[in-house]
Design a protein around this ligand. Structure first.
Ligand code: UD1
Ligand code: MG
Length: 468
């Protein structure tokens, strides 16, 4: 069996340049906190555990991650107070690590590393070597440089501030990610000092101990800088967000999805698309969204936690959010423009939902239509129902929610109030402007409004003449 992997995630740093009250690692990329990206990656690696090193705003970071403790990857926290460098950070974690494993060191502010890359690094480590993830940068300023000796053998990582002019010309940098057998790491960390330009305990100094002990240090050199890009400022966060979204868009295009503009798409979750899906500009997808074959999404839609079946069309400016309950849109349905589908909206095939119509926790059977300015909450709507403009279900009595049942083939006129709980019998018609408080029989016309009255030759009141 392969060596077990324990992931250590450094997240104690201050993040001053974010200029935010929120801890840096809790800022979001693609809708997800930076550190959660790192944890998700560790989960995909099937690590044995993850140890998160917290320091600055530790309580907030730990509280935000607490719900994940129930997840697939056992999560532990250790605190680093004060923060005396990356070596000091990892020193706080080693007491909870087991010597039989490999420690994979990651940073909570480096969100886009792919599991495949880390897997390759772990292969290089092979349970016995110190393995560094490195890459060449056109401008390596600020990074630790990989110093190689005869035969390209790695000899040291020299931090920028400690480097000579000659060393500063080295383009190969240490990414901040390494894999190291835990028992070796433990010994090397015990030998660290802070005699350097920054007066910090550098994790990177373990390289020189490995070399001194005659153990090879291996580098896994990659070319994709995005995977190791760290976030220090809002500008870097925005830049990485765009770069990430661009990749997501390219993958969708590659799959055959027609994006009107790959630069104007935001996916903050998992978007799955069938064949011949078209997405117009400026759409945002959140949580788990699936779009069936031939679905078209108009410009400026927000679609979250929803399943849209084949052939459905979502017209521009529609907002769909299923939150925890989800939203389903049936085959061939037409939604929007300016529609709002809320949690628990379940729309059957060929349903039409028009402008300024809100649907919440309601099922609409095939062919039902609500085309203008309406509210359907906690309703069960039968096939082919036509729900008139301006009509609403009064589902809330101030204390409890009640259901409205509208049976098949009912016509609800304009501007009706259906006071729940109430059932409109199949095939019935409700006259416009009615406030319906009692069940109506099938097939009946039900009207509940003041009778029309006309006073003939009505003389309008006149204004009193102005006083002189
Ligand atoms: C570090 C590396 C450098 C590498 C660079 C890649 C060291 C000494 N240097 O530099 O070789 O090129 O990363 O980005 O390791 N942190 C703590 N506690 C601390 C200090 C830092 O948890 O006491 C955390 C930070 O929050 C951050 C990570 O460690 O997530 C890296 O710290 P940072 O200060 O960005 O590293 P550098 O010194 O820039
Ligand atoms: Mg630093």
């Amino acid at each position: 069996m392969a060596t077990q992997v324990d992931v250590v995630i450094m997240a104690a740093g201050k993040g001053t340049r974010m200029k935010s009250l929120r801890p840096k690692v809790l800022h979001r990329l693609a809708g997800k906190p930076l550190v959660n990206h790192v944890i998700d990656c560790a989960t995909r690696l099937q690590a044995r555990r993850a140890v998160v090193i917290t320091g600055h705003q530790a309580e907030q970071v730990e509280a935000a991650l607490a719900p994940l403790a129930m997840g697939a990857l056992p999560l532990q926290f250790v605190r680093q107070m004060p923060q005396l460098g990356t070596g000091h950070a990892v020193q706080q974690a080693v007491p909870v690590l087991d010597d039989d494993g490999v420690t994979l060191v990651l940073s909570g502010d480096v969100p886009l590393t792919q599991a495949d890359t880390l897997h390759a690094l772990l292969q290089v480590c092979d349970g016995q070597h110190l393995a560094l993830l490195t890459l060449d940068l056109p401008d390596p300023t600020g990074y630790g440089r990989i110093v190689r000796g005869p035969g390209e053998v790695v000899q040291a990582i020299v931090e920028h501030k400690d480097a000579s002019e000659e060393q500063r010309r080295i383009a190969e940098i240490y990414s901040g990610i390494m894999a190291v057998p835990t028992r070796l790491l433990r010994g090397w960390l015990a030998r660290l000092d802070n005699q350097n330009a920054q007066g910090e305990y550098y994790l990177t100094d373990i390289v020189k101990f490995a070399v001194a002990d005659g153990l090879p240090v291996l580098a896994h050199r990659i070319h994709d800088a995005l995977q190791v890009a760290g976030i220090n400022s809002p500008a870097q966060l925005a830049e990485l967000e765009r770069a990430h979204q661009r990749r997501v868009a390219e993958a969708l295009l590659e799959q055959g999805v027609r994006l009107a503009d790959p630069a104007r798409l935001d996916v903050r979750g998992a978007l799955t698309c069938g064949q011949d899906v078209e997405i117009d500009i400026n759409c945002v997808f959140e949580g788990a969204v699936s779009l069936g074959d031939g679905v078209r999404i108009g410009a400026h839609c927000v679609v979250a936690n929803a399943q849209i079946a084949a052939g459905a069309v979502i017209h521009p400016f529609t907002h769909i959010d299923g939150e925890k309950l989800g939203v389903t849109v049936g085959e061939g349905a037409l939604i929007g423009p300016f529609a709002r589908l809320r949690p628990g909206a379940e729309l059957g095939a060929d349903v039409h939902i028009g402008n300024f119509v809100e649907v919440k926790n309601s099922t609409l059977a095939a062919g039902a239509k609500a085309n203008h300015l309406a509210y359907l909450g906690d309703a069960t709507v039968g096939e082919r129902v036509n729900y008139g403009a301006g009509s609403i279900t009064a589902n809330y009595d101030g204390a409890n929610k009640h259901r409205t049942v509208i049976e098949a083939d009912v016509h609800i006129g304009s501007n009706c109030v259906l006071v729940a709980p109430v059932t409109i019998g199949a095939g019935g018609t409700v006259g416009g402007g009615s406030t319906i408080t009692k069940d109506t029989p099938a097939g009946a016309l039900s009207v509940a409004r003041g009778k029309q009255l006309s006073v003939p030759n009505w003389a309008r009141p006149q204004k009193a003449p102005k006083k002189a």
